[in-house]
Design a protein around this ligand. Structure first.
Ligand code: A2P
Length: 347
């Protein structure tokens, strides 16, 4: 890595923000200065990083001066408010929200899949949707060997995807139910404890929710396969963090299961977890706090000769969000990509 840099975390008090802090310390990220930004509600609060207390500041126009990299995880509208100003102040923004993901001037990057796309950035790089990242890391190694024709995916998504408050709400609801009280839902639309419901993002005319369409459109963009067929059903489940996904992949020709297992056994960012004797496969409880996407139950689809089935679990806050963002930041440093390739910021 070339030099120490000034980093700002926008959304430092949130679930992903906290994980970003942990990862910066854990990975010994070459930091010169770290700025912690959040909403005015959190201004003045203190967060300990590497034994040092840092005061959280409310994001403002002057927040980005002298900052090299902004790790933004404060929601789409906050990113829309500040990203352009941060870029104009000279920073590269790695944005975890969906605000810019499908913008043609914004690379959508998963370092294990399309690191080369980062080089074309014009100041903003988007971090993909969490379920999309986890799926992409697990299926791209197979796609590279034999192109995938169609993906059918069902997700089992934890409360963490809706932020720190949704995680707290899930725990409160569980306690209330066990104590014989009615669970209250404020952050998520329905009680999540001891329940599940289809992902509550807005529905389109075809009956797909936004989360499902993110999996479709973002996978196409990251894989650079605009015609790839993807269909998804996204479901919120009573898990605190770590998402799971059941994936059916269709290929042109049969894909040897053993070959798929070998490929995923050495794929970057993937850990093969399969013990067929004991029926032990990836579980969210094992994926929690882990970097790799756990993949297992790879098997031939008995109903289609050219299809494989697989199952994965991945920490939504780590690889699904914070870790991917930090890996993009590391990539920028490694490849010397901190300067904007085209000074005209056309976001
Ligand atoms: P705050 O804690 O001050 O509300 P999560 O996804 O876990 O809910 O976290 C969201 C993050 O985004 C929090 O750090 C939150 O700060 C931050 N945030 C929310 N709204 C704004 C805003 N208008 N400006 C800056 N940060 C914001």
């Amino acid at each position: 890595m070339s030099r120490d840099v000034n980093v700002a975390i926008l959304g430092a008090t949130g679930a992903v923000g906290k994980e970003l802090l942990e990862l910066l310390a854990e990975r010994n990220f070459p930091l010169k200065q770290l700025k912690l930004l959040a909403s005015p509600r959190s201004a003045g609060s203190k967060i300990v990083f590497n034994d040092q207390e840092i005061t959280v500041q409310a994001a403002s126009e002057s927040s980005f001066e002298g900052v090299d990299i902004v790790l933004a995880s404060a929601g789409g509208s906050t990113s829309r408010t500040w990203a352009k100003q941060a870029v104009e102040a000279g920073a590269v923004v790695i944005d975890n929200s969906s605000a810019f993901r499908m913008d043609e001037n914004v690379p959508l990057v998963v370092p294990e899949i399309n690191p080369e796309a980062a080089a074309a950035h014009q100041g903003i790089i988007a971090n993909p949707n969490c379920t999309t990242i986890l799926m992409g890391v697990a299926i791209y190694p197979l796609h590279q060997v034999q192109p995938i024709k169609r993906v059918v995916v069902s997700t089992y998504q934890s409360a963490s995807g809706a932020g720190a408050r949704a995680m707290e709400e899930a725990q409160t609801q569980a306690r209330d139910i066990l104590n014989g009280k009615q669970p209250q839902a404020e952050v998520l639309p329905y009680p999540i404890a001891f329940n599940l419901f289809p992902h509550n993002s807005p529905l389109n005319d075809q009956g797909y929710c936004e989360e499902e369409m993110k999996m479709v459109n973002e996978t196409r963009k990251i894989f650079d396969e605009p015609e790839l067929k993807v269909t998804a059903t996204c479901v919120r489940v009573p898990i605190l963090r770590a998402h799971s996904e059941a994936i059916n992949l269709e290929f042109e020709r049969p894909f040897d299961v053993q070959r798929a297992r070998e490929l995923l056994g050495v794929a970057p960012g993937v850990k093969l977890v399969e013990d067929w004797q004991t029926n032990y496969f990836p579980m969210p409880i094992d994926a929690t706090g882990q970097d790799p996407v756990l993949v297992g139950r790879i098997r031939q689809d008995i109903s289609q000769d050219c299809n494989l089935e697989l199952w994965l679990c991945g920490d939504q806050i780590r690889k699904g969000a914070a870790l991917n963002a930090i890996q993009i930041a590391e990539l920028l440093l490694e490849k010397n990509l901190l300067t904007v390739s085209n000074s005209a910021v056309s976001i």
